[in-house]
Design a protein around this ligand. Structure first.
Ligand code: SF4
Ligand code: SF4
Length: 374
């Protein structure tokens, strides 16, 4: 609570963002129905602290999100999501309500580069202000997930895999995330970077202590600092690079930081995700041969048959419908797989890894050799 209060005070206090009486949505990262100790979701203590401070400020507070992948957008599933992730208790303690109504509203995105209209859950579309409470994690598609990506959860249920299907490469997906942030305009960003996730995030990685609470009025600036804490160079995060190209942040990616120096808090050996697609710029993807090589090079999802329990969550989350369950195990037909990694993201058994095909390994070796020679 103290750390959240201090972070907001450094920005000038809640008065700078919301007024008493306003309806405020507190939007955590609730990717999966998993308990807080797995570090897949924003920790309920941080959500509680934000909600309580807003309540004490006189705001009407709702905590709401929509889980990833195939999770049906229904009242019963939302209630279960809030229960398992600790949000129900956090809301009760803070005097906030939970957004359990499975309703969404169309929100225009006139300035959007790739999307002009979004379907958005009602508590986000109808709030006077949105406070995003994100989680610092790695991400096999977008390299890291923090403030910018957290807003993806305001899209209801299957709308998320559907957009993954329409934006299969990381640059257009990043543009869509920036469009969405511009459309719903969160007022304040808080990040739970106390325990982050390293390795194969956003759900298949391991919890890792970082020890920070971050706050900002701007999602891109916050992610630049979070990237530094996780020992990334901010420019290697595709969505930050896109934001800089769009003029949403200073091209030097320098951010004025109040409070402790993030360089001193950075976790030097933070385990980064395997380089999935970002190792080769999507801008090169012109011409059939280059497209074919890029596709072969990109890591593909691989089922670990020992761990797979045949639950079918991956199959229902796949925008291309290329996963089926046969003899109690998931199988992937790679022909139409777009490497969106929704299946990897949603598997709760860590039964989907990432690997290169034989030709992908060959290309990777050639690239290593040419790097060594240059
Ligand atoms: S891979 Fe994971 S999500 Fe898919 S069926 Fe197996 S256990 Fe379920
Ligand atoms: S199988 Fe391919 S297209 Fe389907 S969810 Fe996994 S990565 Fe995406």
């Amino acid at each position: 609570m103290d750390a959240v209060q201090r972070a907001i005070d450094l920005l000038g206090g809640l008065d700078s963002f919301v007024s008493p009486g306003q309806r405020v949505l507190v939007k955590p990262n609730l990717l999966q129905m998993t308990p807080p100790e797995k570090c897949v979701t924003t920790h309920p203590e941080v959500v509680y602290a934000v909600a309580k401070l807003l309540r004490d400020h006189g705001c009407q507070v709702t905590i709401a999100d929509s889980a990833g992948g195939e999770t049906p957008f229904t009242t019963a599933r939302l209630q279960k999501l809030y229960e398992v992730t600790g949000m129900a208790k956090a809301a009760e303690r803070a005097g906030a309500t939970l957004g359990t109504e499975a309703r969404y509203v169309e929100v225009p995105s006139p300035q959007g580069r790739v999307i002009k209209r979004f379907q958005v859950i009602a508590p986000a579309a109808e709030a006077d202000a949105i406070v995003v409470v994100s989680k610092a994690k790695t991400h096999v598609l977008t390299t890291m997930t923090g403030a910018i990506k957290c807003i993806f959860g305001v899209l209801p249920g299957m709308e998320k895999p559907s957009l993954h299907g329409r934006m299969p490469d990381v640059d257009s997906f990043s543009d869509m995330l920036l469009d969405l942030n511009e459309a719903v305009k969160p007022r304040l960003q808080i990040m739970d970077a106390v325990m982050g996730m390293e390795g194969e995030g956003p759900s298949g990685g391991d919890p890792r202590h970082i020890g920070a609470i971050l706050a900002s009025s701007d999602c891109v600036s916050l992610d630049i600092v979070a990237a530094t804490l996780m020992s990334f160079r901010p420019e290697e995060i595709p969505v930050i690079a896109r934001a800089a190209e769009r003029g949403m942040v200073d091209s030097s990616l320098q951010v004025k930081v109040l409070g402790e120096d993030p360089g001193g808090l950075a976790v030097a050996d933070f385990k980064h995700p395997p380089r999935a697609k970002s190792a080769i710029s999507n801008k090169l993807a012109r011409g059939r041969l280059v497209t074919h090589l890029l596709r072969a090079y990109a890591l593909r999802p691989a089922i670990n048959k020992e761990r797979c329990i045949g639950c079918g969550i991956c199959a229902r989350s796949c925008p291309q419908q290329v996963i089926r369950i046969a003899r109690g195990k998931a199988r992937i037909k790679y022909g139409r797989c777009i490497r969106c990694y929704c299946c990897h993201e949603m598997c709760q058994e860590k039964a989907i890894g990432l690997e290169r095909s034989r030709s992908g390994r060959f290309i990777a070796r050639l690239m290593e050799d040419s790097k060594a020679r240059s």
